[in-house]
Design a binder for this molecule. Structure first.
Ligand SMILES: *Cc1c(COP(=O)(O)O)cnc(C)c1O
Length: 469
């Protein structure tokens, strides 16, 4: 067909406006007429461009469908939540791409209560006057970490930035080269340092740093030694790093601040359960660290936040800095964090905790196997999708204890009608997306990160997809 003829075949907007399917969309999302007209104009103009460019032009009979699809996609994208819950079948408990920690029921309820009502966020109920948002949570952090003082900011990257900027601007900060790592693809100590105007002094080599390297680097301009948890980056083999004790001693001797970015910050003794060998945050404070910082949504299992704990003189200084206002957390974060942190006052044994992150990490493979078996019984109805139990290992994620492999159980999902890649795509594009991983090119769902409710939902999702195959 000639270009001109194709162009003439584009249905006019006033006709499209009365197309039944489009009227349905208009009503479903209550879209104003003018907006609908604009979208139709855009869609027809896109079709015109395609014809002129002679590229991907649909069949003339499919022109109305083409326009309908465009408008529908636009409406869905704008009116349906784009941030969706997903079922995490990767087994990685703290998956940064999947939102890291999920909150406990109690924490969510408290968020709901505080978000839906007025609160004493910055109001002192005893005095009847202005209060501080730090006050609600500081005493809990003190109790859990043993620190003199504490505060909370947006995330751990913000914590590092605030600490460096307010305490070490234009001063020298010594960091071991072996610890200058990039975490999660976007957190770089050296970049944060540069933004903060603290002067980074790198010491040692990538695999070896000795105490004398630090000591030789100290000048009149030095005011801090920073230690960074190397999280998901690990050099294995011929390495040496300086013990925290020795660094703290050197700091005390030379009147320097010792700051440690702990990354995850363990508040439970996972060691007790033979998982990792992270020291408890309170042990680090007891050793004499001046300031530590860690994330709220990693091992702690709370909302995104950066927790700063340490000596009162430093924390007071941070609280007064203008940046503290810039980096402050909102009431929903404080509500979730308050409830999550309270769990840690009860015991250091992770078994005793009502924090989903801790529970997921501790789940034994025999418990997971039982869940898989029960799930298998309920998969009997599926015709075109086959589930096969399979043992594997899961990781904690979020840069936490990167070497720790947790024995786990899950299922391989296969289909005779479609490939593993197609099955993966179907699960991922479901209304409640299911995210798995490939093991030897076969789709695998690790049950460590799938809870009771999600297993029910998973069966529903698989049943629906099964019927389309
Ligand atoms: C994860 C991590 C950060 C960044 O923490 P966010 O809370 O994601 O900002 C900083 N430092 C270390 C060592 C980390 O592991």
């Amino acid at each position: 067909m000639e270009k001109q003829e194709l162009l003439r075949s584009i249905p006019p907007v006033h006709e499209l406006q009365n197309m039944e399917e489009l009227l349905e969309i208009e009503q479903k999302y209550r879209i104003p007429k003018e907006r609908m007209t604009l979208w139709l104009q855009t869609a027809t103009s896109q079709l015109r461009q395609k014809i002129l460019a002679e590229k991907d032009v649909p069949d003339v009979s499919a022109f109305p469908q083409y326009i309908y699809n465009r408008v529908k996609r636009q409406a869905k994208r704008l009116f349906e939540p784009q941030l969706k819950r997903v079922i995490n079948g990767t087994g990685t408990v703290l998956h940064t791409n999947l939102g890291r920690a999920r909150l406990s029921k109690e924490a969510i309820e408290h968020v709901q209560r505080i978000a839906g009502h007025y609160s004493n966020l910055e109001y002192d109920l005893a005095e009847g006057k202005r209060g501080s948002r730090h006050s609600h949570i500081e005493h809990i952090i003190q109790e859990v970490t043993g620190a003199e003082a504490a505060m909370v900011v947006n995330n751990n990257a913000a914590a590092a930035y605030l600490i460096l900027r307010s305490l070490s601007k234009d001063k020298e900060v010594i960091v071991s080269r072996g610890e200058l790592v990039e975490i999660g693809g976007s957190f770089r100590v050296s970049s944060i340092m540069e933004e903060s105007d603290a002067n980074l002094v790198e010491v040692g080599t990538t695999n070896k740093t000795h105490l004398r390297d630090y000591e030789q680097a100290i000048t009149e301009e030095t005011n801090m030694i920073m230690k960074v948890h190397t999280s998901n980056f690990k050099i294995v083999g011929f390495t040496a790093s300086v013990e925290r004790d020795d660094l703290i001693k050197a700091c005390n001797q030379h009147n320097l601040i010792f700051y440690e970015d702990l990354g995850s910050g363990a508040l439970l003794d996972f060691k007790q359960h033979s998982i990792g060998d992270e020291p408890h945050v309170s042990d680090i404070i007891k050793q004499g660290a001046d300031i530590v910082s860690f994330s709220g949504d990693k091992l702690l299992g709370g909302p995104q936040a950066g927790i700063i704990a340490g000596k009162k003189k430093y924390i007071d200084h941070l609280k007064k800095h203008q940046l503290a206002r810039v980096l402050r957390v909102d009431k929903m974060t404080l509500a979730a964090l308050e409830i999550t942190l309270k769990e840690y006052i009860k015991s250091r044994n992770p078994e005793k905790h009502n924090v989903p992150t801790a529970n997921d990490i501790l789940k034994s493979s025999s418990q997971l196997q039982e869940e898989v078996n029960e799930f298998m019984e309920r998969c009997g109805e599926l015709n075109n999708i086959k589930a096969t139990p399979q043992r594997s290992v899961s990781y904690i994620g979020g840069g936490t204890m990167p070497d720790e492999q947790l024995d786990t159980f899950g299922v391989f999902l296969t289909s005779e009608t479609i490939s593993s890649k197609q099955l993966e795509r179907k699960l991922r594009s479901n209304e409640t997306p299911v995210i798995g991983r490939f093991l030897d090119e076969t789709l695998y769902l690790d049950f460590r990160t799938i809870n009771d409710e999600e297993r029910e939902l998973l069966i529903e999702v698989l049943t629906i997809i099964d019927q389309t195959l």
